[in-house]
Design a protein around this ligand. Sequence first.
Ligand code: HEC
Ligand code: HEC
Length: 349
Amino acid sequence: MDPPLGLPPLYADPSEAPSAELIALGRRLFFDRRLSRAGTMSCGMCHIPEQGFTSNELRTPVGTGGASLRRNAPSLFNVAYRKSLFHDGREPFLETQPVNVFLEPREFALPSAGAVVERVRSLPEYAGAFERIFGGPATLDRIGAALAAYERTLLSAGSPFDRWYYGGEEDALDEAAKRGFALFTGRAGCARCHLVGPKWALFSDGGFHNTGAGYREAPPEKVRVQLAPGVFTEMERKVVESVGEPAEPDLGRHEVTRDPADLRRFATPSLRNVALTAPYMHDGSLSTLEEVVRFYDRGGGDDPAKDPLLRPLGLSEREIADLVAFLRSLTGDDVDALIGEARSSPPDG
Ligand code: HEC
Ligand code: HEC
């Protein structure tokens, strides 16, 4: 199983690749809403195949009970290559990542990890499937393995950029996108974090950086509250703030490591299929690719702790358009096939 043009091999030995049966089981689970507590939510409802395996309409997806999630849903295209998962990198494995979803009150809202196992075992559509594949019944590990096996099939490349750069097809890319690529790897400095290699490109260094995206100064801890005409008191901001508003600012990687150097650093995303995965950044605060390029042109956000690599670029209007044209050339030629495959599973098992 060769990866598409522009991506590195995924398995050192082809025998490591998951079986078609395991992948089909994972796909079924991925789109099965009955795994969630209320039977209303599946993985595929936030990672929507037709929307770049993310949600295009919302900066941060709405979860169970109508409460917004804290962060933008990452695309699952090429998730197999990620060194760590989530915007803060707190999860190392695709196999264990679903447990976060099962237990999160705004996602599957299950009371325990075992509850998902019990549920899968009770659904007739899965009867015998785990036994055939694993030689035993559904367990948490096996459910995780199946979901991971499906997610690892979401490889997407072979884009116009790949056909030009790695495939030697001179006409695959138009002149604007070629100029954009020269800026991306040259003066604009993008490729220092969004890496492009000699044989393939993941467009990520697998690291964490503070771009200043979504930065807002922390509100004061105490606020003045009027109790009666002419009578004021100081109160904790948290107590006063209306419920529903995110009270705590997102500290990114710092929340995982507690290292001050990691303050508001977020994982460098891959830029493959980026034209399909709006809105952008960990909080979905930028809506279009042009907005993202203008953001970098200003030198990123206002965060005093932002990465020193980000400086105002002084791009012309044409250069901005060229960079956008390059980003648009990163859409894989296999996207429709992956959507079709995703929808080949009957919804809800
Ligand atoms: C309610 C929306 C929602 C549902 C349902 C959901 N996700 Fe996500 N997913 C998210 C958000 C938001 C993030 C980013 C969270 C963060 O960084 O803290 C995420 C992150 C991920 C990541 C990490 C990707 C990366 O590049 O870092 C994976 C993998 C993933 N989800 C898979 C799944 C699977 C498998 C399921 C079902 C078991 C699922 N998701 C259900 C919203 C959702
Ligand atoms: C210092 C490292 C660094 C440099 C340099 C850099 N980026 Fe990024 N880029 C990141 C990180 C980290 C994020 C994610 C930020 C977040 O989630 O808030 C990101 C996000 C993006 C996104 C949004 C992707 C998504 O799925 O949300 C785009 C598009 C992008 N960068 C393009 C560029 C371009 C174009 C340049 C050059 C002008 C550039 N980047 C320079 C680190 C960098």
